[in-house]
Design a protein. Structure first.
Lengths: 126, 108
């Protein structure tokens, strides 16, 4: 059974850092691209960024709102994807989800997300 | 960025009703359109991908159609467990992936 579990959320002050983890099981993690999304309280869904699988270079891309502050990485030996969040802002307060794109392809075009973690809440406040 | 506009933003319906939700893209996205259901306090769940392909395990009362800029999600006979918020998501102009604002389906 495919499972994704986020961890690492919590309270952080503006300007500080947090690292979220997404632990995967039930599938060959290294074969798949992974994405992060977020949802501010009472709001809609926002894409944060993605990381391709190693076969496609493990390259990353990010939403403009987080580019330069957030970094996605992966450890295929542990089946974990990470979201390093630096220079946090109050507007980063949200539930953060990791997801799997089931396509084993290079192109981001056509992506969809068949498995989601339960989410982890990040609160940025002084 | 491609903007996605859903309508209505909310609706009230009864069990057994046929429900249609629309999603419009700010430019043509071919059929790179997905639909998700989100129940309160839960993660989104994939219903439809590539505009009309039903995700494995999703009941057949859910269907999707459309191409270009206009898309619809139809629930043929609303069930109690279908009361939730529905989001469309485009993956044509990506990055960034973008979502519609959501449609909340409530009990009449």
């Amino acid at each position: 059974e495919v499972q994704l579990e986020e961890s690492g959320g919590g309270l952080a002050q503006p300007g500080r850092s947090l690292r979220l983890s997404c632990t995967a099981s039930g599938f060959s993690f290294g074969d798949y691209g992974m994405n992060w999304f977020r949802q501010a309280p009472g709001k809609g869904l926002e894409w944060v960024g993605f990381i391709r699988n190693r076969a496609y270079g493990g390259t990353t891309d990010y939403a403009a709102s987080v580019r330069g502050r957030f970094t996605i990485s992966r450890d295929d030996s542990k089946s974990i994807a990470y979201l390093q969040m630096n220079s946090l802002k109050t507007e980063d307060t949200a539930v953060y989800y990791c997801t799997r794109d089931p396509r084993v392809v290079l192109a981001a075009r056509g992506a969809y997300f068949d498995y989601w973690g339960q989410g982890t809440l990040v609160t940025v406040s002084s | 960025d491609i903007q996605m506009t859903q309508s209505p933003s909310s609706l009230s319906a009864s069990v057994g009703d046929r429900v249609t939700i629309t999603c419009r893209a700010s430019q043509s996205i071919s059929t790179y359109l997905n639909w998700y259901q989100q129940r309160p306090g839960k993660a989104p769940k994939l219903l439809i991908y590539a505009a009309s392909s039903l995700q494995s395990g999703v009941p057949s009362r859910f269907s999707g159609s459309g191409s270009g800029t206009d898309f619809t999600l139809t629930i043929s006979s609303l069930q109690p467990e279908d009361f939730a918020t529905y989001y469309c998501q485009q993956s044509y102009g990506t990055p960034p992936l973008t979502f519609g604002g959501g449609t909340k389906v409530e009990i009449k």
